[in-house]
Design a protein around this ligand. Structure first.
Ligand code: NDP
Length: 478
């Protein structure tokens, strides 16, 4: 049968009005940086410059932290929970109203398919604000004592893979609990955080409650090391997480870290193959595999190995890679040249170590940063592609014979963020879930997120939980 041809269906970017340059958002206003440094943010799909963004230096961090401290002491922590809730509900509703604009902006700056930013990221952002708005006046019933107190000023540093969603994961619980926040988005994806700053203005949030500092790693370091911060929340690489843990260890700061992962997606012989294949694809090719909980290690029971691999290869050949703003696109651009270089390097190592590499026939755009969906078979547990986080659309396939072997292989990683189990037997799901050392275990699904559900890791995947009632603990003095 001839392959179905899709006509392009691009989402219009007219809904987004980009400014030529953006200042820092401090004390409720956009302001220039003290030392005048700036950098450009580009579209990873076309390398087009989208805007110039201010790089915050130590003096700016100081200004933002002071504004947050003042707002904490004089306004926000003194407001009753029901009043804080009103602001959070208002923010959630504005996010919904501006959803299309935010989705287009996210896909432009990050390179992710519009289908994902429109249907996953932005709805979840609104859902997080709605959810934590609901907690703001009920904190005494959350199980953290009769009158839980906020911590103070939170310094929050987020990565580039889910820019606005990670912002929501950080800011919504912080504000619900009565803290104020200074947040630094990633260098390559600052634009939706700056749009969020406008939303704070639109919602009449008191000045200083939320401050957004754009910049690179040094800005992040200055923020988490600032002595007047009470709480540090970080999502990103394990390496930077270690540096932050070391820097905060001798201080009174409370820290939560959400770091890397190398999740196992375990397919048993009785699993419905077509559904499992959809789950495998969603597990590793969603968001180009730029997902800390991605199912990057596929463990297939030996008896169904060739059936699963044949279906998987057939399914991969139907994925459409290209323009992130096209509503038909399944796989968008890699977020940066640096990340593309890392994915290429680790994939070359996979081949050099003896694994077999396969990608469907796939034309890559000439401009921008692209990597085809890739599968490695013949992978052993010792291979670097089975041990290290690639953070790209690259799947390593291993096999097992018994459930005990599956558990052993799944847990054979320094990480422990997530895992997936595919089987028809409920008893096997429970047996596996109680043995897998992972913060989240998905059964017959993968990469499902919900604001009511806690998320976080074991081992080198970090500590603390975000989301759900558990996510409140990180922002309360308990
Ligand atoms: P980083 O951990 O370097 O970046 C995460 C955030 O921390 C960014 O905002 C970054 O700023 C900031 N940052 C960098 N250095 C410091 C520091 N010393 N102190 C405080 N903040 C800092 O991740 P990368 O973007 O460099 O990605 C590298 C690798 O990390 C990826 O290839 C992937 O394997 C992994 N990763 C994992 C993520 C996860 O969710 N588990 C998310 C992102 C990456 P800036 O962006 O400006 O450098």
């Amino acid at each position: 049968m001839a392959k179905f041809e899709y006509a392009p269906a691009p989402e219009s970017r007219a809904i987004v009005s980009l400014r030529e340059s953006y200042g820092l958002f401090i004390n409720g206003e956009f302001t220039p940086g003290v030392d005048g440094h700036a950098f450009k943010t580009i579209s990873p799909a076309t390398e087009e410059v989208l805007a110039e963004v201010t790089e915050a230096g130590p003096a700016d961090v100081d200004r933002a932290v002071s504004a947050a401290r003042k707002a904490y002491e004089h306004t926000w922590s003194a407001l009753p929970g029901r009043e804080r809730a009103k602001y959070l509900f208002r923010i959630a509703r504005i996010v919904q109203e501006r959803a299309r604009e935010l989705a287009v902006l996210e896909s432009l700056d990050n390179g992710k398919p519009i289908r994902e930013s429109r249907d996953v990221d932005i709805p979840l952002v609104a859902a997080h604000f709605f959810y934590y708005a609901g907690w703001a006046d009920k904190l005494e019933y959350a199980g953290y004592g009769p009158a839980p107190r906020p911590l103070g000023v939170a310094g929050q540093v987020i990565p580039w893979n889910f820019p606005l969603l990670m912002l929501a994961w950080k800011i919504a619980p912080a504000l619900a609990c009565g803290n104020t926040a200074v947040l630094k988005p990633a260098e390559t994806t600052p634009l939706t955080a700056l749009a969020f700053a406008e939303i704070c203005q639109q919602a009449d949030l008191p000045p200083g409650v939320v401050n957004i500092l754009t910049g690179a790693g040094e800005t992040g370091r200055a923020l988490v090391e600032h002595p007047a911060i009470d709480k540090v929340a970080f999502t990103g690489s394990t390496e930077v997480g270690r540096q932050i843990a070391r820097a905060c260890a001798p201080t009174r700061k409370k820290v939560t870290l959400e770091l890397g992962g190398k999740a196992a997606n375990v397919v048993f012989e009785d699993a419905p193959v077509d559904q499992a294949v959809e789950g495998i694809v969603n597990g590793i090719f969603f968001n180009q595999g730029h997902v800390c909980c991605a199912g990057s290690r596929l463990l297939v029971q030996e008896s169904v190995y060739s059936e699963v691999l044949t279906s998987l290869r057939r399914r991969l050949a139907t994925l459409r890679l290209g323009d992130p703003l096209d509503k038909n696109t399944d796989v968008g651009a890699i977020n940066s040249a640096a990340q593309l270089a890392k994915i290429r390097e680790l994939s070359d190592v996979g081949e050099a170590e003896g694994a077999e590499r396969w990608s469907p026939p796939c034309e890559l755009p000439v401009k921008g940063f692209w990597f085809p969906p890739t599968i490695f078979t013949g992978v052993s547990q010792a291979h670097r592609i089975a041990r290290e986080e690639i953070f790209g659309p690259v799947l390593s396939v291993l096999t097992f014979r018994t459930p005990a072997e599956a558990v052993e292989k799944a847990n054979n990683t320094p990480y422990g963020l997530s895992a997936g189990v595919w089987t028809e037997k409920g008893s096997l799901i429970l047996w596996m879930a109680s043995r897998l050392r992972a913060g989240v275990v998905w059964a017959n699904t993968f990469n499902k997120f919900d604001p009511t559900s806690p998320f976080g890791g074991y081992k080198e995947s970090g500590y603390g939980r975000e989301g759900g009632r558990h996510g409140l603990e990180a922002y309360l003095n308990v």
